[in-house]
Design a binder for this molecule. Sequence first.
Ligand code: GYE
Length: 332
Amino acid sequence: MLKRISALVLAGLTAMSVASCGSGGSGASGGSGTGSGSGSDAITMGFSQVGAESGWRTANTKSVQDSAKNAGITLKFSDAQQKQENQIKAIRSYIQQKVDIIAFSPVVESGWDTVLKEAQNAKIPVILTDRAVDSKDTTLYKTFLGSDFIEEGKKAGQWLVEEYKDTKDTVNIVELQGTTGSAPANDRKAGFAEVIGADAKFKVVASQTGDFTRAKGKEVMEAFLKSTPDIDVLYAHNDDMGLGAIEAIEGAGKVPGKDIKIITVDAVKDGMQALADGKINFIVECSPLLGPQLMDLAKKVVKGEQVPARVVTEETTFTQEQAKQVLSTRQY
Ligand code: GYE
Protein backbone atom coordinates (compact mmCIF):
# COMPACT_ATOMS: atom_id res chain seq x y z
CA MET A 1 0.00 0.00 0.00
CA LEU A 2 1.24 3.37 -0.88
CA LYS A 3 1.66 5.90 1.85
CA ARG A 4 2.59 9.26 0.56
CA ILE A 5 2.84 12.53 2.35
CA SER A 6 2.04 15.63 0.46
CA ALA A 7 2.94 19.09 1.49
CA LEU A 8 0.60 21.96 0.79
CA VAL A 9 2.65 25.09 0.70
CA LEU A 10 0.74 28.12 1.81
CA ALA A 11 2.99 30.92 0.76
CA GLY A 12 4.08 33.65 3.05
CA LEU A 13 2.61 32.51 6.35
CA THR A 14 5.79 31.05 7.72
CA ALA A 15 8.23 33.78 6.88
CA MET A 16 8.88 34.72 10.51
CA SER A 17 12.43 34.05 11.51
CA VAL A 18 13.39 31.94 14.47
CA ALA A 19 16.59 33.78 15.12
CA SER A 20 17.01 32.95 18.79
CA CYS A 21 16.68 29.22 18.51
CA GLY A 22 19.27 28.46 15.92
CA SER A 23 22.88 27.65 16.29
CA GLY A 24 24.03 30.86 17.92
CA GLY A 25 23.33 29.74 21.46
CA SER A 26 23.49 33.22 22.90
CA GLY A 27 20.94 33.10 25.64
CA ALA A 28 18.88 30.26 24.15
CA SER A 29 20.41 27.42 26.11
CA GLY A 30 21.02 29.22 29.37
CA GLY A 31 23.07 27.29 31.87
CA SER A 32 20.96 24.17 32.06
CA GLY A 33 23.44 22.03 30.20
CA THR A 34 20.96 20.15 28.00
CA GLY A 35 23.60 18.90 25.67
CA SER A 36 24.37 22.30 24.20
CA GLY A 37 28.10 21.50 24.09
CA SER A 38 29.39 22.90 20.84
CA GLY A 39 26.00 24.56 20.61
CA SER A 40 25.40 23.79 16.98
CA ASP A 41 23.30 20.81 15.96
CA ALA A 42 21.90 19.26 19.12
CA ILE A 43 18.16 19.76 19.27
CA THR A 44 15.97 19.18 22.27
CA MET A 45 12.25 18.79 21.61
CA GLY A 46 9.55 18.93 24.25
CA PHE A 47 6.58 16.81 23.13
CA SER A 48 3.21 16.81 24.87
CA GLN A 49 1.14 13.80 23.84
CA VAL A 50 -2.65 13.60 24.26
CA GLY A 51 -2.64 10.33 26.19
CA ALA A 52 -2.77 6.60 25.53
CA GLU A 53 -6.45 6.34 24.67
CA SER A 54 -6.30 4.21 21.53
CA GLY A 55 -4.27 1.92 19.30
CA TRP A 56 -3.73 4.90 17.04
CA ARG A 57 -2.19 6.89 19.89
CA THR A 58 0.13 4.06 20.89
CA ALA A 59 1.41 3.81 17.32
CA ASN A 60 1.78 7.58 17.12
CA THR A 61 3.81 7.73 20.35
CA LYS A 62 6.11 4.99 19.12
CA SER A 63 6.55 6.74 15.79
CA VAL A 64 7.50 10.01 17.51
CA GLN A 65 9.91 8.34 19.94
CA ASP A 66 11.60 6.15 17.33
CA SER A 67 11.93 9.00 14.86
CA ALA A 68 13.46 11.33 17.43
CA LYS A 69 16.08 8.71 18.18
CA ASN A 70 16.81 8.16 14.50
CA ALA A 71 17.04 11.89 13.88
CA GLY A 72 19.39 12.43 16.84
CA ILE A 73 16.86 14.71 18.55
CA THR A 74 16.67 14.60 22.34
CA LEU A 75 13.01 14.07 23.21
CA LYS A 76 11.34 15.18 26.40
CA PHE A 77 8.03 13.35 26.32
CA SER A 78 4.94 13.71 28.48
CA ASP A 79 1.53 12.03 28.42
CA ALA A 80 -1.37 14.35 29.31
CA GLN A 81 -3.93 11.62 29.98
CA GLN A 82 -6.45 13.41 27.76
CA LYS A 83 -6.39 16.55 29.95
CA GLN A 84 -5.71 20.00 28.54
CA GLU A 85 -4.45 21.31 31.88
CA ASN A 86 -1.71 18.66 31.86
CA GLN A 87 -0.66 19.71 28.38
CA ILE A 88 -0.48 23.35 29.40
CA LYS A 89 1.66 22.39 32.40
CA ALA A 90 3.97 20.33 30.20
CA ILE A 91 4.38 23.15 27.68
CA ARG A 92 5.17 25.62 30.47
CA SER A 93 7.78 23.27 31.84
CA TYR A 94 9.34 22.91 28.38
CA ILE A 95 9.50 26.70 28.14
CA GLN A 96 11.22 26.83 31.52
CA GLN A 97 13.69 24.18 30.46
CA LYS A 98 14.46 26.24 27.35
CA VAL A 99 14.00 23.40 24.88
CA ASP A 100 14.76 24.26 21.26
CA ILE A 101 11.32 23.37 19.98
CA ILE A 102 7.96 22.29 21.32
CA ALA A 103 5.63 19.91 19.51
CA PHE A 104 2.24 18.83 20.75
CA SER A 105 -0.99 17.17 19.77
CA PRO A 106 -3.67 19.39 21.32
CA VAL A 107 -6.36 17.31 23.01
CA VAL A 108 -9.04 19.93 22.23
CA GLU A 109 -9.09 22.79 19.74
CA SER A 110 -9.78 25.79 21.99
CA GLY A 111 -7.97 27.54 24.79
CA TRP A 112 -4.35 27.55 23.70
CA ASP A 113 -3.62 31.21 22.98
CA THR A 114 -2.14 32.14 26.36
CA VAL A 115 0.37 29.31 26.59
CA LEU A 116 1.29 29.58 22.91
CA LYS A 117 1.94 33.28 23.44
CA GLU A 118 4.24 32.38 26.35
CA ALA A 119 6.24 30.09 24.06
CA GLN A 120 6.39 32.78 21.40
CA ASN A 121 7.60 35.36 23.92
CA ALA A 122 10.31 32.91 24.99
CA LYS A 123 11.18 32.54 21.30
CA ILE A 124 10.58 28.79 21.32
CA PRO A 125 8.90 27.65 18.11
CA VAL A 126 5.89 25.33 18.27
CA ILE A 127 4.75 22.63 15.84
CA LEU A 128 1.23 21.24 16.01
CA THR A 129 1.06 17.57 15.23
CA ASP A 130 -1.99 15.36 14.57
CA ARG A 131 -4.63 17.80 15.91
CA ALA A 132 -5.25 21.48 15.24
CA VAL A 133 -6.02 24.46 17.46
CA ASP A 134 -8.61 27.13 16.63
CA SER A 135 -6.36 30.12 17.50
CA LYS A 136 -6.96 33.05 15.17
CA ASP A 137 -3.29 34.06 15.41
CA THR A 138 -1.53 31.55 13.18
CA THR A 139 1.89 33.00 13.99
CA LEU A 140 1.60 31.20 17.34
CA TYR A 141 2.79 28.00 15.67
CA LYS A 142 5.08 27.27 12.74
CA THR A 143 3.21 24.47 11.04
CA PHE A 144 0.50 21.89 11.51
CA LEU A 145 1.26 18.31 10.47
CA GLY A 146 -1.65 15.87 10.36
CA SER A 147 -4.70 14.46 8.62
CA ASP A 148 -7.63 16.23 7.07
CA PHE A 149 -10.36 15.05 9.44
CA ILE A 150 -13.21 16.67 7.49
CA GLU A 151 -12.15 14.67 4.47
CA GLU A 152 -12.14 11.51 6.60
CA GLY A 153 -15.73 12.19 7.71
CA LYS A 154 -16.74 12.76 4.11
CA LYS A 155 -15.22 9.47 3.01
CA ALA A 156 -17.24 7.68 5.70
CA GLY A 157 -20.40 9.41 4.47
CA GLN A 158 -19.68 8.65 0.83
CA TRP A 159 -19.39 4.94 1.53
CA LEU A 160 -22.75 5.00 3.27
CA VAL A 161 -24.44 6.87 0.43
CA GLU A 162 -23.13 4.30 -2.02
CA GLU A 163 -24.04 1.34 0.20
CA TYR A 164 -27.67 2.46 0.49
CA LYS A 165 -28.11 3.91 -2.97
CA ASP A 166 -30.82 1.40 -3.91
CA THR A 167 -33.08 1.96 -0.95
CA LYS A 168 -35.58 4.67 -0.20
CA ASP A 169 -36.15 3.48 3.37
CA THR A 170 -34.93 5.48 6.32
CA VAL A 171 -31.41 4.57 7.45
CA ASN A 172 -31.05 4.95 11.22
CA ILE A 173 -27.52 5.85 12.20
CA VAL A 174 -25.91 6.05 15.64
CA GLU A 175 -22.66 7.94 16.04
CA LEU A 176 -19.87 7.44 18.57
CA GLN A 177 -17.97 10.71 18.68
CA GLY A 178 -14.36 11.17 19.68
CA THR A 179 -13.24 13.31 22.60
CA THR A 180 -15.55 16.30 22.97
CA GLY A 181 -14.01 19.47 21.56
CA SER A 182 -11.17 17.66 19.78
CA ALA A 183 -10.44 18.46 16.15
CA PRO A 184 -11.00 14.88 14.92
CA ALA A 185 -14.37 14.63 16.71
CA ASN A 186 -15.55 18.01 15.42
CA ASP A 187 -14.38 17.46 11.88
CA ARG A 188 -15.26 13.80 11.42
CA LYS A 189 -18.77 14.65 12.55
CA ALA A 190 -19.01 17.67 10.27
CA GLY A 191 -17.64 15.97 7.14
CA PHE A 192 -19.95 12.99 7.59
CA ALA A 193 -23.00 15.18 8.27
CA GLU A 194 -22.33 17.24 5.18
CA VAL A 195 -22.33 14.22 2.88
CA ILE A 196 -25.30 12.32 4.33
CA GLY A 197 -27.24 15.58 4.79
CA ALA A 198 -27.90 15.63 1.05
CA ASP A 199 -30.41 12.78 1.43
CA ALA A 200 -33.17 12.98 4.06
CA LYS A 201 -33.40 9.18 4.38
CA PHE A 202 -30.20 9.23 6.46
CA LYS A 203 -31.06 9.98 10.07
CA VAL A 204 -28.55 10.26 12.91
CA VAL A 205 -30.83 9.03 15.69
CA ALA A 206 -28.25 9.17 18.51
CA SER A 207 -24.81 10.73 18.80
CA GLN A 208 -22.61 10.76 21.88
CA THR A 209 -18.96 10.84 22.84
CA GLY A 210 -17.11 7.60 23.53
CA ASP A 211 -13.89 9.53 24.23
CA PHE A 212 -11.96 7.51 21.61
CA THR A 213 -11.69 4.53 23.99
CA ARG A 214 -12.87 0.93 23.70
CA ALA A 215 -14.44 0.89 27.17
CA LYS A 216 -16.49 4.04 26.59
CA GLY A 217 -17.43 2.90 23.08
CA LYS A 218 -18.86 -0.29 24.54
CA GLU A 219 -20.68 1.49 27.34
CA VAL A 220 -22.30 4.09 25.08
CA MET A 221 -23.26 1.49 22.47
CA GLU A 222 -24.96 -0.57 25.17
CA ALA A 223 -27.01 2.49 26.05
CA PHE A 224 -27.82 3.16 22.38
CA LEU A 225 -29.01 -0.42 21.94
CA LYS A 226 -31.36 -0.06 24.89
CA SER A 227 -32.73 3.37 24.00
CA THR A 228 -32.82 3.19 20.22
CA PRO A 229 -34.69 0.49 18.34
CA ASP A 230 -33.85 -0.32 14.72
CA ILE A 231 -30.23 0.80 14.46
CA ASP A 232 -29.03 0.21 10.89
CA VAL A 233 -25.58 1.77 11.03
CA LEU A 234 -22.91 2.70 13.54
CA TYR A 235 -20.44 5.42 12.62
CA ALA A 236 -17.58 5.43 15.16
CA HIS A 237 -14.93 8.17 15.00
CA ASN A 238 -12.20 5.59 15.64
CA ASP A 239 -11.56 1.84 15.52
CA ASP A 240 -11.27 1.44 19.27
CA MET A 241 -14.78 2.76 19.96
CA GLY A 242 -16.05 0.59 17.12
CA LEU A 243 -14.37 -2.47 18.64
CA GLY A 244 -15.93 -1.72 22.03
CA ALA A 245 -19.30 -1.29 20.33
CA ILE A 246 -18.93 -4.67 18.61
CA GLU A 247 -18.78 -6.31 22.05
CA ALA A 248 -21.96 -4.48 23.02
CA ILE A 249 -23.73 -5.50 19.80
CA GLU A 250 -22.75 -9.15 20.22
CA GLY A 251 -23.78 -8.97 23.86
CA ALA A 252 -27.22 -7.85 22.71
CA GLY A 253 -27.49 -10.90 20.45
CA LYS A 254 -26.98 -9.02 17.18
CA VAL A 255 -24.45 -9.60 14.44
CA PRO A 256 -22.01 -6.71 13.88
CA GLY A 257 -21.40 -5.99 10.21
CA LYS A 258 -24.76 -7.56 9.27
CA ASP A 259 -27.59 -6.52 11.59
CA ILE A 260 -25.76 -3.27 12.19
CA LYS A 261 -23.30 -2.00 9.59
CA ILE A 262 -20.20 -0.37 11.04
CA ILE A 263 -17.93 2.36 9.72
CA THR A 264 -14.85 3.45 11.67
CA VAL A 265 -11.76 5.62 11.23
CA ASP A 266 -8.00 4.86 11.78
CA ALA A 267 -7.30 1.40 10.28
CA VAL A 268 -5.13 0.13 13.14
CA LYS A 269 -4.42 -3.62 13.10
CA ASP A 270 -7.26 -4.64 15.43
CA GLY A 271 -9.70 -2.61 13.37
CA MET A 272 -8.42 -4.11 10.13
CA GLN A 273 -8.74 -7.61 11.61
CA ALA A 274 -12.39 -6.94 12.50
CA LEU A 275 -12.92 -5.56 8.99
CA ALA A 276 -11.38 -8.66 7.42
CA ASP A 277 -13.56 -10.81 9.72
CA GLY A 278 -16.70 -9.05 8.47
CA LYS A 279 -17.54 -7.34 11.77
CA ILE A 280 -16.74 -3.86 10.47
CA ASN A 281 -17.87 -2.87 6.97
CA PHE A 282 -15.61 0.04 6.05
CA ILE A 283 -12.62 1.86 7.54
CA VAL A 284 -11.29 5.28 6.67
CA GLU A 285 -7.53 5.34 7.19
CA CYS A 286 -5.83 7.88 9.46
CA SER A 287 -2.08 7.43 9.67
CA PRO A 288 -0.36 7.78 13.07
CA LEU A 289 3.13 7.49 11.57
CA LEU A 290 3.87 11.19 11.79
CA GLY A 291 7.24 10.94 13.51
CA PRO A 292 9.63 11.13 10.53
CA GLN A 293 7.96 14.22 9.06
CA LEU A 294 7.76 15.82 12.46
CA MET A 295 11.50 15.47 13.02
CA ASP A 296 12.29 16.83 9.53
CA LEU A 297 10.08 19.83 10.11
CA ALA A 298 11.58 20.40 13.56
CA LYS A 299 15.12 20.47 12.17
CA LYS A 300 14.14 23.00 9.52
CA VAL A 301 12.26 25.22 11.93
CA VAL A 302 15.14 25.25 14.42
CA LYS A 303 17.51 26.24 11.60
CA GLY A 304 15.18 29.08 10.73
CA GLU A 305 14.23 27.61 7.37
CA GLN A 306 10.83 28.15 5.85
CA VAL A 307 8.35 25.26 6.20
CA PRO A 308 4.85 24.84 4.78
CA ALA A 309 2.15 26.17 7.11
CA ARG A 310 0.18 22.94 6.67
CA VAL A 311 1.38 19.43 5.89
CA VAL A 312 -1.50 17.05 5.16
CA THR A 313 -1.11 13.29 5.54
CA GLU A 314 -2.48 11.47 2.53
CA GLU A 315 -4.69 8.52 3.37
CA THR A 316 -6.86 5.84 1.85
CA THR A 317 -9.92 3.74 2.77
CA PHE A 318 -10.46 -0.02 3.17
CA THR A 319 -13.28 -2.42 2.33
CA GLN A 320 -13.46 -5.93 3.81
CA GLU A 321 -11.73 -7.42 0.75
CA GLN A 322 -8.95 -4.85 0.80
CA ALA A 323 -8.41 -5.44 4.53
CA LYS A 324 -7.83 -9.15 3.90
CA GLN A 325 -5.16 -8.29 1.36
CA VAL A 326 -3.14 -5.79 3.40
CA LEU A 327 -3.60 -7.15 6.92
CA SER A 328 -0.36 -9.12 7.07
CA THR A 329 1.76 -6.12 6.10
CA ARG A 330 0.01 -3.59 8.30
CA GLN A 331 2.58 -1.66 10.35
CA TYR A 332 0.37 -0.52 13.21
O1 GYE B 1 -8.23 8.87 15.29
C1 GYE B 1 -7.99 8.35 17.60
C2 GYE B 1 -7.11 8.93 18.62
O2 GYE B 1 -6.19 12.51 16.85
C3 GYE B 1 -6.24 11.34 14.81
O3 GYE B 1 -7.04 10.30 18.27
C4 GYE B 1 -6.19 11.25 16.29
C5 GYE B 1 -7.29 10.43 16.91
C6 GYE B 1 -7.42 9.01 16.41
O4 GYE B 1 -7.42 8.64 19.89
O5 GYE B 1 -7.93 6.95 17.59
